[in-house]
Design a protein around this ligand. Structure first.
Ligand code: ADP
Ligand code: MG
Length: 477
């Protein structure tokens, strides 16, 4: 029998606000435990939550970017459960009326066809604290710094059909939230994490099978592995005559397997009810309109424009367009040098390699886009060759100088003077009679050898195209 996996993801994105969603405590990551939790985050009796407007604004921005309906009115609910890192005994979330409803996202699975994935809803809620199991012998520590950090929980439709599609979806969402500057996307710090719902059904069957939910996946690789493991496990259970139990499972990266954590709660276990401490959230039209007006060009549209306007290859355009700082950098280089494809090759090539080597963000590049553009202008107009440009680039990287200054001082201009090169060609031919004979006897691969000799004699400064032509003419005369 052929089985079809069905997957839906719930992604938690921490919103980039300075303070918590219902209190004024800071959200900065990495502080000493329990130094950033105020009475409200600690759930003391008598305190009242006050909604952070910025969190709402960021949720609205997200809704607009995925073509969703932004609810003009939504409500906060209490989701009741007991856990040591949740001192109030409930999490404030949204249940029946979330702030964002509907929408879709384009995904690009590796080696597969692009497709649109539906988004069911996105709602605002507060994060819980953290239980620390490692630092204490026989005890668990509780750090409540994270309690009350604003989260946008983004729930997909069960539209994904493989582990690869699940990862592609998570990546597309990761690109988008960072583009919108609503979440820093830092997965090590838990700013962007995922619960995966997985089921399988016989191919062609319309109804979904029973699903399991794998909690707290905090890397792309873990999502792919966990979902793949779970698909295979469920198929095995079904093929041996068993039934999949609806439950919550945990992924163990060390053993690369999922195992049961608890049977799945139903919504009614949480006894959701509207939070009496918070008024319904009514979003003013002006907020929606100001967010709409300031929405940046989105990654998909920008990629399409890079292909259409600059003639870039799809893959290059995607690499450049899917990070906002990279896209901005690239466009500034292209504007300065006037050759977009050259700019694309350099930004994705030399520059990316340098940043990668030193672990730098493009926003902190030691070579500014204007300077790189200035260098590439000299490649485009033939002043220097691509090879020399790489040397100059290294100098610019370490010394922060402009390309023109380096080229002039070091005398790196390309030799395009035919007369000067002809003389060199002559002397190389005279010095290598054996190779000339072999070439003329048909071993034309030797052209590379001759070009190499001339380039060497000019320390790489000869115009390679011209050298090629002159050598060929002379050898074949
Ligand atoms: P809950 O809130 O209990 O986790 P939801 O109905 O909100 O349940 O669904 C959560 C996620 O599970 C959604 O992303 C949805 O697409 C996905 N999902 C629902 N049913 C299935 C199924 N049978 N197989 C796989 N995923 C599913
Ligand atoms: Mg769930």
């Amino acid at each position: 029998m052929q089985w079809e996996p069905v997957i839906g993801l719930e992604i938690h994105a921490q919103l980039s606000t300075r303070s918590k969603i219902f209190s004024g405590a800071p959200t900065a990551y990495g502080a000493e435990p329990n130094t950033q939790a105020c009475l409200i985050d600690l759930g003391f009796p008598g305190v009242l939550p006050v909604l952070n407007e910025e969190a709402v604004r960021l949720a609205v921005r997200f809704g607009l970017a995925i073509g969703a309906t932004v609810s003009r009115r939504s409500i906060f609910a209490r989701k009741n459960y007991f856990y040591p890192d949740l001192p109030k005994g409930y999490q404030i979330s949204q249940y029946e009326e979330p702030v964002v409803v509907g929408g879709a996202l384009e995904i690009h699975p590796e080696g597969g066809a692009s497709k649109r994935v539906g988004i069911t809803r996105a709602h605002l809620e507060e994060d819980a604290g953290k239980s620390l199991h490692e630092d204490f012998q026989g005890m668990t520590g509780i750090d409540l710094n994270r309690a009350g950090t604003p989260l946008l929980e983004i729930v997909s439709e069960p539209d994904l059909r493989s582990a690869r599609e699940a990862v592609a979806y998570m990546k597309a969402l990761h690109v988008l939230v960072r583009y919108l500057r609503i979440c820093d996307g830092n997965m090590q710090e838990g700013s962007f994490r995922c619960d995966a719902n997985v089921s399988v059904r016989p191919l062609g069957e319309a109804r979904f099978g029973t699903r399991t939910e794998i909690k707290n996946l905090n890397s792309f690789r873990f999502v792919e592995r966990a979902v793949q493991f779970e698909i295979e496990r469920q198929i095995e259970v079904l093929e041996s005559g068993g039934e999949v139990v609806q439950e919550t499972r945990l992924y163990d990266p060390d053993r690369d397997e999922t195992r049961p954590m608890r049977t799945k709660e139903e919504a009614n276990d949480y006894r959701y009810f509207p939070d009496p401490d918070l008024l319904p959230l009514v979003i003013p039209e002006a907020m929606v309109e100001s967010e709409r007006a300031s929405l940046p060009e989105l990654p998909e549209a920008r990629k399409a424009r890079f292909v259409g306007e600059y003639g870039l290859k799809e893959a290059d355009a995607m690499q450049l367009a899917f990070d906002r700082d990279t896209a901005d950098y690239f466009e500034a280089v292209a504007a300065t040098c006037g050759d977009a494809r050259l700019a694309a090759n350099w930004v994705n090539g030399e520059l990316a390699a340098g940043l990668n080597r030193e672990g730098l963000d493009i926003a902190c590049s030691p070579v500014s886009p204007e300077r790189l553009g200035g260098l590439l202008r000299r490649v485009a107009d033939g002043t220097i060759s691509g090879k020399i440009a790489k040397q100059v680039f290294e100098r610019m990287w370490t010394d922060g100088e402009e390309a023109d200054a380096i080229i002039e001082r070091e005398g790196l201009r390309q030799i395009t003077d035919t007369g000067a090169l002809e003389a060199l060609v002559e002397s190389v031919i005279a010095a290598n009679p054996k190779q000339v004979e072999q070439y003329r006897a048909g071993k034309t691969k030797l052209l590379g050898f001759f070009v190499g000799q001339v380039m060497k004699a000019t320390q790489g400064k000869a115009d390679p195209g011209l050298v090629n032509r002159l050598l060929k003419e002379r050898l074949e005369a």
